[in-house]
Design a protein around this ligand. Sequence first.
Ligand code: C2E
Ligand code: MG
Ligand code: MG
Ligand code: MG
Length: 292
Amino acid sequence: QAKQAGRNGVRFFDQSMQDSISARVRLESELRLALERDEFELYYQAQVDQRGRIVGAEALVRWNHPNGGCVPPSRFIPLAEETGLILALGGWVLERACAQWKEWQRLPGTRGLTVAVNVSARQFHQPDFCERVAAAVARHGVAPGVLKLELTEGMLLESMERTIATMHRLKRIGVRLSLDDFGTGYSSLQYLKRLPLDQLKIDQSFVRDLVGDGNDQAIVLTIIAMARSLKLEVIAEGVETEAQRALLAKLGCRRYQGYLFGRPVPASELMRAVADGPPGRGILMRFPGHGN
Ligand code: C2E
Ligand code: MG
Ligand code: MG
Ligand code: MG
């Protein structure tokens, strides 16, 4: 058939497609080996309160590829999901993040620090997912309320009852639940109120143009109002400028994550930022209403 199509001047498999297919196959087999070879690393991005104090961190996986480069998650997470490798990778991330929290507890100023971990759909729907989470939490003595799992809207839509049951079981383990990339899916208020969530994470696409875009302001305001009526905490992601942060604060958002406060960095670097406290009094003075 492809041959026939070729004769008609349409070729289904040209060289560039062939190249991208082999690149994918190569990436997949490298991904398979990467766990064994210990090529993954967790970076952590600060989450801050109104005063710029670090109250938590999101773990973001990095792949240090043997030929020197760092492959971004956008390139290998979807592939890991398709191939099922995400189960092993996700398990490793969970384990590593809990172990890291435990190590951090030896340092001053880390007491209430929360650690957020991204969970993929396949991982969440594993029959023994809750047991795995409970085991990791127990193994490292993670305090209740410290571990946050970041879920996405799409993954919660399938088999609603079972999803809600899993979420309740996770809550009983002492884990908190956050809804990542909020606003990009299809959640209705009706639906949201049934989910035992703790936090909504405003997607960075609404933050990007927030300052100049009245529609984005209206959306963010609506999300915040919705969160308030459901008694959920709100955090904005992708905060890059002080103008964005100030406007978010004005709209009622009190938790922020983004390059303004720090990029994702290795664990030790995050601890340096925790020890240093908010980046100087200069920043603190730009936060209105806090007197210092
Ligand atoms: P996400 O969970 O929504 O994470 C936020 C992404 O935004 C991160 O990209 C982060 O580096 C980036 N970011 C943070 N602040 C800013 C900012 O101020 N400006 C801009 N432009 N970007 C910012 P990253 O690390 O490349 O991760 C991309 C996505 O990959 C994540 O989106 C998440 O969906 C997925 N991911 C990362 N680590 C894991 C993991 O361990 N497990 C799973 N299942 N997914 C992961
Ligand atoms: Mg996330
Ligand atoms: Mg997000
Ligand atoms: Mg995202």
